[in-house]
Design a protein around this ligand. Structure first.
Ligand SMILES: Nc1nc2c(ncn2[C@@H]2O[C@H](COP(=O)(O)OP(=O)(O)OP(=O)(O)O)[C@@H](O)[C@H]2O)c(=O)[nH]1
Ligand SMILES: [Mg+2]
Length: 718
């Protein structure tokens, strides 16, 4: 395969709601570029893009797939992405890599939740978007309504370049108001005739053309002036205006296609090659230090790895974009993440699972390398001596958690190894080995997301795992002052044990002055603080420990043992065994025995006194509460609201945003188990949400009651 220069390259990511037709569009593009001579279908499990077994089983894309095709003496790199929100990680990395997003829209439904979600990611990454209105051959296709739905979000930036003449089952013709031509397609091969616009369509076509001219002029002052002077713009001027608008995200051009029947696909590709600037004509990007890195072949080499995967037969494969310079087969580069040397002994361009060896790739191009030693997603490789390093990709927060366990205990170690690998392949899968919950917690984007991982573990790595309800990291604290004494005494034969501790405990409040006097149960206890230890707890909150011993009733050397005993109970709270937090303890009296007192006795006395005091101090269980944002179509708003209310939520606000309703609420984590699945079934997959940790809050009395009972039962069983 020949080497393509930067100016011959275009990089696009196909985005859109699940089922909008991205994979079929990719297939059609491969067909137009003669990478394949027959188009595969989803149903026959024969597309280039959905080549993995799990995608074929599910009849949908799950991973991003890199493809390329040669067209008009250019190389079009296409990244097909999954449309389900569960796999948003693949969308983010693809969109980051591509220079343009082609947002595929199903003309039966118009704007869908996937359009909304991925549109936001494109906005965040500042990527230009081209709309491809697909499924126009469907009986229920409605182009005008689709455009209206897009305008709710994108307003007058929606610039219609084409409209269908005969949408529906007989769809065959498109009018292109940039070229002022009609394209008529025969059969399903993309073969087309270029015709003059028929007289009866001319008034509409001219009206649409005027609208497009105005949109094109709007993004360029010089063009605007010309437009005012001449009342029109030439085709080239329009193209220039569209180009400026597209790059600045001031204009979103709309194309008409039927991916399945190859209608309009070639014209869309022509537009991408003719109008969209090549990577070296786009503004330079910045590396992590803010240094501008130009997409220039004559600059030092730098590559950014956007995807690491394990493929059968070849092992680990890294997909990268050449950010600057060029990379040749056999070249040595430095991984700036770990300073390791990597030899790129073989370079490939890929189209699904088909790899073609190449000798060189220029700035802006996308390729793959195998057998790298220690290179993964988000790493930068660069020429020795150049310290170029790109900012890692940032992914949306996890919104689904489950506990995982190998069914066969002997697989536990292997499970850990493969989970780490899964995280490297898909950073939206996160793993926490929770000492606190005594569980391995997996985090992901949805139940489906983690079920795919389960399938992979079983089918690719032969590890059978089960998912269990994840425990909730509750916290325990107190709400009032309490006092307790405890004497630990043991006399059995030889050396005895003796230690007595008197303490007062109270809630910790930031910046509160040290204690002087307590009133507990009508009794006054004066204290004299001799020493303070303020311990920030690993799990959040604080423990403040005051030594208020006067007159040597307990030797200073036993204080650490008392604190140790208290800490043991802080780590395994008296109510439910959860971590305790935000407590002040004052040790103000006690007793020693000249022979029998030792550390162990004081540790036990401290622990038991603390437990007793804790139970009398208005103890409360606290639970993690998350801030949740749900985006839902208006007709499902009521159902989603009442479901949220059943989950002990506090609704913070509601507003309409770009054709969707947005609900902000605070929801306890315990009520969010499998929320993504319920939301999906409540709205037929038309809603989405995100969540982030907010704070710890006291659980209501009835919930506390249940938790206490459950802990008691659990403890009895043990
Ligand atoms: N009638 C018609 N069907 C289409 C068209 N494009 C795709 N389809 C069908 O729609 C279904 C979904 O197409 P895909 O290409 O898998 O959609 P996708 O956007 O890749 O979906 P995800 O991978 O789940 O995100 C398949 O059955 C396709 O055959 C089209 O233009 N017209
Ligand atoms: Mg797909």
């Amino acid at each position: 395969m020949k080497t393509y220069q930067s100016e011959q390259i275009r990089n696009i990511a196909l985005l859109g709601n699940t089922g909008s037709g991205k994979t079929i569009l990719a297939e059609s593009m491969m067909f137009e570029g003669k990478v394949i001579d027959r188009k595969g279908t989803i149903e026959a499990k024969s597309t280039v893009s959905d080549y993995s077994e799990i995608e074929q089983q599910n009849e949908r894309s799950i991973f991003s797939t890199v493809l390329h095709t040669e067209f008009m003496n250019s190389k079009l790199n296409v990244i097909d992405t999954p449309g389900s929100d569960d796999f948003v990680g693949a969308v983010v990395s693809s969109l980051h890599t591509a220079d343009y997003g082609v947002m595929v829209i199903n003309a039966q439904y118009g704007m869908e939740v996937g359009t909304e979600i991925f549109g936001r990611h494109a906005e965040k990454l500042n990527k230009p978007i081209i709309f491809a209105i697909n499924h126009l051959d469907h009986d229920k296709a409605n182009f005008d309504q689709t455009i209206e739905s897009l305008k709710v979000s994108y307003g007058s930036k929606v610039a219609v370049v084409q409209y269908p003449v005969d949408q529906g089952a007989d769809f065959s013709s498109i009018i292109d108001v940039l070229k002022m031509k009609m394209y008529r397609f025969k059969g399903d091969t993309g073969e087309r005739e270029e015709l003059d616009i028929p007289a009866e369509e001319l008034p509409k076509a001219e009206e649409m053309q005027n609208a497009l001219i105005e949109s094109a002029a709007e993004n360029d002052e010089a063009l605007m002036e010309k437009f005012f002077d001449q009342g029109t713009l030439s085709e080239d001027e329009m193209r220039a205006g569209i180009q400026t608008g597209l790059i600045e995200r001031g204009l979103f051009p709309v194309f008409c296609i039927s991916a399945k029947r190859s209608i309009g696909v070639k014209r869309l590709m022509e537009f991408i090659i003719n109008v969209c600037p090549a990577p070296n004509e786009l503004p330079p990007v910045k590396d992590a230090e803010g240094k501008e890195i130009k997409c220039d072949v004559s600059d030092p080499t730098s590559l950014f790895v956007f995807k690491t995967a394990v493929e059968s037969h070849i092992g680990e494969i890294n997909y990268f974009k050449v950010m600057s310079g060029k990379v040749a087969e056999g070249q040595d580069l430095i991984n700036t993440k770990n300073d390791g040397k990597e030899r790129l002994s073989q370079l490939f361009v890929v189209a699904g699972k088909n790899r073609t060896k190449v000798t060189e790739l220029c700035a802006g191009d996308i390729g793959a390398a195998v057998k790298l030693k220690n290179t993964k997603t988000n790493h930068t490789l660069c020429a020795p001596g150049k310290s170029i390093s790109f900012e890692p990709l940032t992914f949306p927060n996890a919104k689904y958690r489950t506990a995982v366990k190998a069914k066969n205990e002997s697989d536990t170690e292997k499970l850990g190894e493969y989970l780490n690998r899964a995280h490297q392949e898909d950073p939206t899968i996160e793993i926490e080995y929770s000492k606190e919950l005594k569980q391995i917690i997996l985090y992901g984007q949805g139940e489906h997301h983690l079920n795919i991982l389960k399938w992979q573990l079983l089918n690719l790595y032969k590890i059978d795992v089960e998912f269990l309800p994840p425990r909730i990291p509750y916290r325990e604290t107190i709400t009032k002052v309490a006092q307790a004494d405890y004497r630990h005494k043991k006399q059995s034969g030889g050396a005895g044990q003796f230690g007595e501790v008197h303490m007062v405990i109270e809630p910790y409040v930031e910046d509160a002055p040290p204690p002087v006097k307590y009133k507990v149960n009508g009794r006054e206890i004066n204290v004299n603080v001799r020493g303070t230890e303020e311990i920030p707890l690993e799990w959040g909150g604080k423990l403040v420990f005051y030594n208020c011993i006067v007159g040597g009733s307990i030797d200073a050397r036993f204080m650490p043992a008392i604190l140790k005993g208290i800490m043991e109970k802080m780590e395994e709270g008296p109510l439910t065994g959860s971590y305790a937090r935000d407590i002040r303890v004052a040790i103000y009296d006690g007793k020693m025995h000249p022979v029998d007192s030792n550390e162990i006795s004081f540790k036990l006395a401290g622990r038991t006194a603390f437990r007793t005091a804790f139970k009398n101090a208005g103890p409360k269980i606290m639970e993690p509460v998350y801030e949740v944002e749900v985006i839902v179509p208006s007709d499902k708003m009521g159902d989603v609201m009442s479901d949220l209310q059943n989950r002990r939520s506090i609704i913070l606000g509601m507003d309409s945003d770009k054709g969707f309703e947005r609900i902000n609420a605070r929801v306890p984590l315990a009520e969010l188990h499998k929320y993504s699945t319920s939301l999906s079934s409540l709205t037929s997959g038309r809603a989405t949400y995100s969540m982030k940790f907010s704070s710890y809050e006291q659980v209501p009395a009835d919930v506390q009651e249940k938790l206490l009972k459950a802990y008691e039962e659990e403890s009895e069983e043990e």
